[in-house]
Design a protein around this ligand. Structure first.
Ligand SMILES: *Cc1c(COP(=O)(O)O)cnc(C)c1O
Length: 502
């Protein structure tokens, strides 16, 4: 096998290296199943700099270095496919999508035109059709639209751009020109909306965050009030962003009610289903109620790189309005790229904000086609059974307090102690940091507005109920150690009784 070198110079990559790298990959994946493998080797940045020779020199390096560098990279990177990784909304990826990512790189191309990416273009179209059908955007009477984008944040940006164009098409060429646009999301919505309000020139202050109820769902009466107020001030409301699966609690907004308000005020309704979109694949009527009314929206964000187990990124922007994306994004001056040939209607470049666009579709398609709808439904069923296990165990145990009844795969809870002299916010943070620094567990936390710190555990496909039991026990034993060390050195014998008496 000959490895074509990119640089026409004397330095050759030894072809046997590929076999060694594949062996290394196999070992790495196997290690995740061993109980001795840490989820990360935590080092602070100064120590890490000492481990890795970062500087690029004049002469370059040899073949052996390449192997060593990769080994080190793997050693000090976080194992997001590890059972004890539940820090992010993505975790383990599946094999078909993993090889899909490798093959996409092997055939390295851009999604700009059908010419340049014939198979991938059709694959992407098929995925978009399937998703639009599931959402209810694509029907017998409606051809819908969509595009893959680098991340859910970016998909939310696409929603804002389409909404602005729909409200005032002249803003595409003239800019917002002093128009005081206003957008609405809940205070549990993803922060990307705020960032993207900056990007589209309306400013972060033109986004109103509507309070959510104790379950994390938008309060629709307050939404309507806020729209009325905005109109009274002479502003131009144009966008409501609802969320299917909020980032912290995993909550679903009441879409049908919000859609009625969007209709009444003629506003674009975007649903951010970056996290919760995958629930559409669950064949369970009761849970599908969480998504009731989504077909009434104008656009939708869906990240396959979260719960569908596809490597980052694999995000979709889906729209009910076929052709609108093209109208609001196409510009003159790209004739060198977009030729008028018979297949130009399949070119995705003109409606995209990117020029070069990575082939993200292959990995999603390989995985979905391989497992089928049923495979994903079964996976979600298994995830819910683990959520229920955690919920039951946490509710029963006096050391823990559940923050909210989980709707999705976010289990939010905190460690409690009856003694008011113990700062449980510090305590929860310290427990989390100790587990992280020891490399045993990598779980996230969040903070309520009143300062309450809590764990946000994302239930993942690779962890078992017994892994979660071990984790909860580890939390308790770590709490006990901290109590002994810092708070109650003389009362160690009574601590546990106190907690259990509660
Ligand atoms: C993760 C997430 C996003 C951001 O998606 P990225 O792909 O990380 O850019 C947006 N909205 C919600 C609700 C999310 O959970």
């Amino acid at each position: 096998m000959i490895f074509n070198n990119h640089l026409p110079i004397t330095k050759q990559v030894d072809k046997r290296i590929l076999r060694r790298i594949f062996r290394m990959v196999g070992r790495y994946l196997n290690q995740n199943n061993s109980p001795d493998t840490l989820v990360l080797n935590y080092l602070d940045p100064d120590e890490m700099r000492k481990k890795i020779d970062l500087k690029i020199n004049n002469e370059g390096m040899d073949n052996e270095w390449l192997i060593k560098a990769l080994r080190k990279y793997l050693k000090y990177s976080v194992r997001t496919t590890h059972r004890n990784f539940s820090n992010q909304l993505f975790s383990a990826f599946n094999f078909p999508s993993f090889v899909g990512e490798i093959i996409a790189t092997l055939t390295n191309t851009t999604m700009a035109t059908y010419e340049a990416a014939p198979v991938a273009t059709l694959i992407e179209q098929e995925l978009i059709d399937k998703m639009n059908h599931l959402i209810g955007f694509k029907t017998a009477d409606n051809t819908a639209d969509g595009i893959m984008v680098p991340g859910g944040s970016y998909a939310n940006l696409m929603g804002l751009i389409c909404a602005r164009y729909q409200a005032m098409p002249e803003t595409k060429d003239k800019g917002i020109n002093g128009i005081r646009f206003r957008a609405f999301v809940s205070d549990q919505a993803h922060y990307s909306f705020k960032k993207m309000m900056n990007v589209i020139g309306m400013g972060t202050e033109s986004l109103t965050e509507i309070p959510a109820n104790e379950k994390g769902c938008m309060k629709t009466d307050l939404l309507e009030k806020a729209i009325e107020q905005s109109l009274k001030k002479g502003e131009t409301p144009f966008f409501i962003g609802a969320t299917a699966g909020t980032t912290v609690y995993g909550s679903f907004d009441p879409f049908r009610e919000i859609a009625a308000i969007a209709k009444k005020y003629n506003l674009w309704l975007h649903i951010d289903g970056a996290w919760g979109g995958t629930l559409l694949l669950y064949k369970n009527k009761k849970k599908q109620k969480l998504l009731d009314g989504i077909e009434l929206a104008d656009s939708f964000t869906w990240d396959a790189h979260k719960m569908m187990g596809v490597p980052l990124y694999a995000s979709f922007f889906l729209s009910k309005h076929d052709g609108l994306m093209l109208k609001c994004n196409a510009v003159q001056g790209a004739d060198y790229l977009f030729h008028s040939t018979e297949n130009t209607t399949l070119d995705t470049g003109p409606k995209s904000l990117q020029c070069g666009r990575h082939v993200d579709a292959l990995k999603v398609w390989l995985a979905w086609k391989f497992y089928g709808d049923q495979g994903y439904s079964d996976m979600i069923n298994d995830l819910y059974s683990k959520v229920n296990y955690l919920k039951k165990t946490i509710t029963k145990n006096p050391w823990f307090e559940l923050m909210t009844d989980p709707q999705y795969f976010n289990v939010c809870f905190r460690i409690v102690h009856p003694r008011s002299s113990i700062d449980m916010n510090d305590m929860n943070m310290e427990i989390r940091d100790r587990l992280l620094h020891s490399g045993s567990y990598f779980t996230n936390y969040s903070v309520l507005q009143n300062g309450t710190v809590f764990f946000r555990l994302i239930v993942n496909p690779t962890s078992t109920k017994s892994d979660y039991r071990d984790f909860l026990n580890k939390l308790i034993s770590t709490t006990e150690s901290i109590l002994k060390e810092k708070y109650l050195p003389d009362h160690s014998a009574h601590i546990f009784e106190t907690a259990e008496d509660k």
